[in-house]
Design a protein around this ligand. Structure first.
Ligand code: SAH
Length: 235
């Protein structure tokens, strides 16, 4: 009788681990795999390094505690101070559009949680990011350091003016919406470089725009309608 109970208990535990395989190192890996399959690949993102970056970065550690269980959902989430971390698909799309390779210098405007910066850091060791809200910048900086992304340079300031001391950049990614492309950012884009920016009024429909600098000329095309928090500052 006791042996039967023993076998029953053993069977119960074995089937439990079969149904819910625990990844001892990272219990969220399965959720990330599901996110990449269902939200990212399904919508046409093909770049292998981008897909790998999304599998690697622990998104649940970039959202406030109360939102951890929603971290891998198909939506943006609040990160405090009225700001948001973008939906995973939008992060993937903007990153893919930049076509970053190792060694490229990339500038992000709007550090927020630091999630997008961590994704960029999986692709190149030269990531620069600017955040206008000081506590968000400080939090993101220490989070990035803690998670091993210590090479990412975080600056507190108005990203409208870019980071002239580090220019030019191969890629610029703006994660807050502006009615027009800030001229300093265009200036700081390298010849052959790419910029991804949501353009439009703060509360209305914005368009995600891809900007390319070729032969000294600027080419831009709309990718899709989006909704980002507005670019702030006194510029
Ligand atoms: N990329 C972020 C999400 C950004 S939300 C992430 O991965 O979590 C947009 C961010 O842009 C907010 O944190 C906001 O404070 C910041 N922002 C708004 N205007 C800015 C400006 N002029 N310069 C720098 N950052 C700005």
């Amino acid at each position: 009788m006791e042996r039967k109970i023993g076998i029953f208990i053993l069977g119960f535990f074995l089937s439990f681990f079969y149904l819910f395989p625990l990844n001892a190192k990272d219990p969220y890996l399965n959720l990330r795999k599901k996110m990449v399959e269902e939200q990212i690949k399904e919508r046409g993102i093909k770049s292998k390094p981008v897909l790998e970056a999304l599998l690697e970065v622990p998104r649940h550690l970039f959202v406030p505690r109360g939102y951890i269980s929603y971290a891998y959902g198909d939506r943006p989430l609040p990160i405090g101070y009225g700001q948001t971390i973008s939906q995973p698909y939008i992060v993937a799309l903007m990153t893919e559009l930049l076509r970053i390779k190792e060694g490229d210098k990339v500038l992000e405007i709007g550090t927020g949680s630091g999630y997008q910066a961590a994704i960029l850091a999986e692709l190149t060791s030269k990531v620069f990011t600017i955040e206008i809200i000081e506590p968000l910048a400080r939090e993101a900086q220490s989070r990035l350091k803690r998670l091993g992304y210590e090479k990412v340079k975080v600056k507190i300031g108005d990203g409208y003016y870019g980071w002239p001391e580090e220019a030019p950049f191969d890629g610029i990614i703006v994660t807050c919406a502006s009615p027009y492309i800030p001229p300093p950012l265009l200036e700081q884009l390298k010849e052959g470089g790419r910029m991804c920016i949501p353009l439009g009024p703060p509360m209305g429909i914005q368009e995600l725009v891809l900007v390319e600098k070729k032969g000294g000329k600027i080419f831009s095309r709309s990718i899709l309608p989006v909704r980002f928090v507005p670019m702030r500052g006194e510029h």
